[in-house]
Design a protein. Structure first.
Length: 394
């Protein structure tokens, strides 16, 4: 296959170029196109591929195949020579994130002796995996601080090409097994790495590195981060959210966490109180329904259809079953609607069999024990009919 000259290797800022079409093949999405040279970056090394247009056709994907760069287009280009235009907003975002990753990874090695074992550049956030699950809060902050200091100093980012034999003698952050000519990315007096990705020309263009999430995994720590425009957008979202919360609490942004903690504790206390009241209400309601139920074959069968805002159905069924010689046939409206059948312990009926017979007739499924069973999937409009049928079987 043709070897493609990779223009992005030497100039990541190249937005437009002209090239000769070497190969065109049909592809389910349109066409596979190989050029004699390209500025489009193919997905590699954790960095997604570029987008843009080629001869007016949309670039859907860019794939690295040995020495060739494959462009997946929505249609075949016209003519032997085509003009390519890079989606610059996407490209520059990737340049910021990838260069920021180099800075952050080098900072972790310098500040905490933690090595980066993998990198992923996502559509919303990027991440690196460190070689230890014990990266501490202080180490993470120190690395973030060191990375941003290098960015603020606007250090040059230089591209070099060296023979593999010479590269093996250099102090790379991570050794490379690449053969032939190796592309090196150098951040002045801070980092030297073998890398084929696109990068900004100086660290100041990264803008800022912002750690957003830390996840501990087996043997690793995943650091999620944002750079440049993504960090700015996240800061804006955070500011709006914090401002909205501050207005709700009539407080300053700094006081919001304390207000939330206090409100959360108050809600916990109220929920405990509410649950106790619901239990008491279920007790009273159960006794009321039991007393009003007619006796049948030495048992009192309580039949009731509950609204969603009524007492908790399961608690009510259990409370009814605590009464002597009682059977509870309870239906609860809602999404989904449900059935709860219960009897006093050791009663003569089989609640499990009863609910299975009921759902077999009205749809849904159910099961349980001899004294307590649950069912669901019945149409809400047929709940009363289902309870009548269940009572007729007793």
């Amino acid at each position: 296959m043709t070897k493609t000259e990779r223009l992005y290797y030497r100039d990541s800022y190249l937005r437009e170029f002209e090239a000769r079409v070497v190969e065109v093949e049909p592809e389910p999405r349109g066409a596979r196109v190989v050029l004699d040279r390209t500025a489009f970056y193919p997905e590699s090394g954790g960095q997604p591929s570029d987008r843009g247009t080629l001869g007016g056709a949309s670039v859907l994907d860019v794939v690295d195949e040995a020495d060739a760069v494959i462009h997946i287009l929505d249609r075949a280009p016209v003519g032997e020579t085509v003009r390519g235009e890079i989606d610059w907003r996407r490209r520059f975002d990737h340049m910021q994130q990838h260069t920021g990753q180099h800075v952050l990874s080098a900072a972790f090695e310098r500040a905490a002796k933690l090595m980066t074992v993998s990198f992923h550049l996502g559509t919303e956030a990027s991440s690196i995996d460190l070689d230890s699950e014990r990266a501490g809060h202080g180490q993470i902050e120190a690395a973030e601080e060191a990375a941003n200091q290098v960015i603020f100093e606007d250090r040059p980012v230089r591209i070099h090409f060296r023979p593999a034999d010479e590269v093996r003698e250099l102090d790379l952050r991570k050794p490379t097994e690449r053969a032939g000519e190796v592309r090196l990315v150098e951040i002045a007096d801070f980092d030297l790495s073998a890398c084929g990705g696109t990068h900004v020309s100086s660290t100041g263009a990264v803008g800022q590195v912002l750690v957003r999430k830390v996840e501990r995994m087996k043997g690793k720590t995943r650091i999620e981060f944002l750079c440049g425009g993504r960090a700015l957008a996240a800061a804006r979202r955070d500011y709006r959210a914090l401002s909205d919360a501050a207005r709700l609490f009539s407080a300053s942004g700094e006081d919001v966490p304390a207000f939330i903690a206090r409100q959360f504790e108050e809600v916990r206390v109220l929920n405990r109180t509410r649950l106790k009241l619901m239990e008491r209400l279920a007790e009273y309601r159960a006794k009321e329904l039991y007393a009003a139920a007619a006796e049948k074959n030495g048992r009192r069968i309580v039949r009731a259809v509950l609204d969603e805002a009524d007492v908790e159905a399961k608690k009510l069924a259990h409370e009814i079953a605590r009464q002597p010689g009682a059977v509870a046939l309870i239906a609860a409206k809602g999404s989904p609607a449900g059935l709860l059948f219960a009897q006093s312990p050791g009663g003569p009926a089989d609640m499990c069999a009863l609910i299975k017979q009921t759902v077999a007739r009205f749809g849904g499924k159910g099961g349980g024990t001899r004294d307590f069973a649950l069912g669901g999937g019945i149409n809400e409009s047929r709940l009363e009919e289902a309870l009548t049928f269940a009572e007729s079987l007793m």
